[in-house]
Design a protein around this ligand. Structure first.
Ligand SMILES: [Zn+2]
Length: 423
């Protein structure tokens, strides 16, 4: 059988998106379906129910990742995985995560509708806690899957109400007895994730498909500038050792250079505080955090060095001392060439204009790319808006994304490299 004449069922996908948007629906039209909450469990239960109706097998692992498996003729082959996440931000949108998961399920159903026989299995996955809003950190399910274990420090993770992560996972697993429990982590033939862009590029350029070639690298810095706390009214200029003066002078230079000079760089000061935090005292200490991102590892290091050098000289010039600490470092990720090429062929076959792009946000694909050939497909969202109840994707873009997923997966299944030739 050839899959070239087969198309996904767009109307069914849109109905599914509506059905899942009702789970945790907020008054403003968004969703609140935070990881491992009752609403998240409802969404998992609905996906499992739909899967069982279609004769697919359902699995969970110890971090509550949910897998829907359509068997191939050779079940010992590693599965090709497609999917995303079902959890949301507290005031999240209906498409972030849900589109990728439900489009993946639509791919599985389309294979089933047309009785396509694959050599190896295809699995839909809904990763646990991608958002990281209720339990920190995010991309937890894919991280644990890629490591084949849960990091030890997760034992102590609790949400704002004091609920332990481990208890929330245990309750979530117990709420879905139809799913068989299997070990964490396994060989994967490849992974492809459809997601909304969460930025305005595709919409602005009128391009319906983004073929994602990688995820930019991220570094977080914590910076402490120590001066001397003193009286605001009595201390003359030559006696002041003011960390605010030192920090603002460095920041002014950094804001004026990093992003204006390098359009791929992202530089953000997200937290800034002073001590003693008193209206009539020169602060003795200033703390700030920097979130620095760039697709190129070398540039990331160069910019980090520039930041530290500028803070050093401005601290010195103002009689202050400097302390810097790198608290987070994720190298830029480059996605798998063969999946990117197959996505390009799929877009051409479907007559869908596309552009290449780098993801500015983290995704589960970032961790899975460490254990299997991985790539992503983006579709535009209105005004580039996400993590917002107004998040919106045009129905035609949701459908185009699912068609891209189907077409790419079928193309890949035909590649011997994946051990999954179509029969
Ligand atoms: Zn997402």
């Amino acid at each position: 059988m050839t899959t070239r004449s087969i198309d996904i069922n767009g109307a069914r996908l849109l109905r599914r998106l509506d059905a899942f948007a009702a789970l945790g629906a907020t008054r403003a039209g968004g969703v609140n379906r935070q990881a491992l909450s009752i609403e998240d469990r409802q969404a998992r239960a609905l996906l499992a129910e739909l899967a069982i109706e279609r004769g697919f097998r359902v699995y969970q692992d110890p971090v509550a990742n949910l897998f829907i498996r359509r068997d191939g003729t050779h079940d010992d082959l590693p599965p090709f995985m497609i999917g995303s996440h079902l959890d949301s931000q507290p005031t999240g949108g209906r498409f972030d995560g849900a589109l990728g998961t439900l489009a993946a399920f639509e791919v599985l159903e389309t294979l089933q509708d047309h009785a396509v026989v694959t050599d190896g299995p295809v699995e839909v996955v809904a990763w646990t806690n991608e958002e990281g809003s209720r339990f920190v950190p995010g991309v937890m399910g894919s991280m644990a899957f890629s490591l084949s274990h849960m990091p030890d420090v997760w034992k102590d993770i609790r949400d704002a109400q004091g609920t332990k992560l481990q208890d929330a996972i245990a309750e979530t697993l117990a709420a879905l007895p139809a799913a068989e429990l299997r070990a964490l982590g396994m060989p994967v033939a490849g992974y492809l994730e459809l997601h909304i862009e969460q930025a305005p590029t595709l919409e602005r350029e009128g391009v319906p498909i983004g073929i994602v070639t990688g995820v930019q690298g991220t570094r977080w810095l914590e910076i402490r500038v120590t001066g001397q706390a003193a009286h605001a009214g009595t201390t003359p200029l030559d006696h002041r050792r003011d960390p605010v003066v030192a920090a603002t002078s460095a920041l002014n230079a950094l804001y004026a250079s990093i992003m204006p000079d390098d359009p791929e760089a992202r530089f953000t000061v997200g937290r800034l505080s002073v001590e003693p935090d008193s209206i009539n005292a020169i602060p003795g200490l200033l703390r700030l955090t920097i979130d620095l991102r760039h697709p190129d590892a070398k540039r990331l290091s160069e910019i980090e060095a520039l930041i530290i050098a500028l803070f050093q000289s401005s601290s010195h010039a103002n009689g202050c001392t400097l302390d810097t600490r790198r608290t987070f470092d994720v190298a830029p990720t480059i996605f798998a060439e063969n999946i990117i090429r197959e996505s390009e062929r799929a877009a051409r076959r479907l007559g869908l204009p596309f552009r290449h792009m780098i993801s500015g946000a983290f995704h589960d694909a970032l961790y899975i790319s460490r254990i299997a050939p991985t790539a992503m497909i983006f579709v535009p969202c209105r005004d580039g808006l996400s993590h917002n109840e107004d998040e919106y994707v045009e129905p035609e873009h949701s459908i185009s994304g699912a068609r891209m997923l189907f077409e790419t997966v079928c193309g890949l299944l035909g590649q011997p490299a994946f051990g999954l030739p179509l029969v």
